[in-house]
Design a protein around this ligand. Structure first.
Ligand SMILES: Nc1ncnc2c1ncn2[C@@H]1O[C@H](COP(=O)(O)OP(=O)(O)OP(=O)(O)O)[C@@H](O)[C@H]1O
Length: 286
């Protein structure tokens, strides 16, 4: 926990001067409360939080803004019903998500601060990303796409976070604007590690991810590595600049075909720099 807060503190330089002392105090109290008297991490319960407005809804979870009562620290509380997890047979996926995300600590990876459960529900205590989904932010822009400068910032931050994940032998496998959140300071936070895996030395072969972002090696069913995230980063860069993903088609078959042939066209407003960068993403069967 301390480590998690330490890297959040890196963001203090972006906080207005007058708010810094208050925020530092809050962080101090948070660190203190996270350590139980014997040095073990505190076990949380729902009663430790004041639950506020809903932030969103996923396939399985409902997410609420919440405040840890003792420290007043704002978090996002994701609530999952055990019955739904069992019905959809995703208990193992959730355990993997928790194991992976709670051990990652990077300024551009959404922090899982802790988790707990009661008889019926599992609660994930997540870092609060105040601006919310990158996808929605993109839709609010003129022409529903970002300018090059913003894209460069986001792509750099995602690349940096992915480099960190890969160093820690984690492949995300589902990078897309819907899984990227923005903090209050406008920095990207990679969320949703539901599809991620700990990459062991043997290479993976499972089919997963979202159609528009599926890398060719996954479609082809050949073994793949962390390079699948690099592919998705290229697709992401294209979508943020253009407003839609590069291989988008009316039907799945055509999308698959276009991905396989890397059939991608750039609108005239995309300048040579990003064209060159995106075109460098390629794949080689292993
Ligand atoms: N940490 C957070 N800070 C702010 N908003 C959040 C946070 N986590 C989730 N949300 C909001 O809640 C919504 C639902 O999140 P959730 O993680 O349950 O589902 P999802 O990732 O959209 O979908 P799924 O997990 O079903 O694929 C998000 O789309 C986002 O708008």
């Amino acid at each position: 926990m301390e480590q998690a807060l330490a890297s959040m503190e890196l963001q203090l330089d972006k906080v207005p001067e007058e708010l810094k002392p208050h925020l530092k105090k809050l962080m101090g109290r948070m660190i203190e409360s996270w350590k139980a008297r014997d040095g073990k991490e505190k076990e949380y319960r729902l009663e430790d939080f004041e639950v506020g407005k809903p932030l969103g809804r996923g396939k399985f979870g409902r997410v609420y803004l919440a405040r840890e009562k003792r420290t007043e620290f704002m978090v996002a509380l994701k609530v999952l019903f055990k019955s739904e997890l069992v019905k959809e047979e995703i208990e193992h996926q959730l355990i993997r998500e928790i194991e992976i995300q709670s051990h990652l600590s990077h300024p551009n990876v959404l922090r899982m601060l802790t988790y707990f459960h009661d008889e019926k529900r599992v609660f994930l205590v997540l870092e609060y990303a105040a601006i919310g989904e990158l996808y929605k932010e993109m839709r609010k822009q003129p022409n529903q796409r970002f300018d090059e400068k913003r894209v460069a910032k986001y792509v750099y931050q995602v690349a940096d976070a992915l480099m960190y994940c890969h160093k820690n032998k984690v492949i995300h496998r589902d990078i897309k604007p819907e899984n990227l959140l923005l903090s209050a300071w406008g920095n990207v936070k990679i969320a949703d590690f539901g599809w991620s895996v700990h990459a062991p030395s043997l290479r993976r072969k499972t089919m997963c991810g979202t159609l528009d972002y599926l890398p060719p090696e996954i479609i082809a069913g050949v073994q793949y590595t962390e390079h699948v995230d690099h592919w998705c980063l290229g697709v992401l860069c294209y979508e943020l600049l253009v407003g839609h993903p590069p291989f988008e088609s009316k039907d799945r078959k055509t999308t698959y075909k276009r991905i396989d042939h890397v059939d991608m066209k750039f609108p005239s407003f995309v300048s040579p720099g990003p064209r060159n960068l995106i075109s460098k993403v390629s794949w080689q069967p292993i």
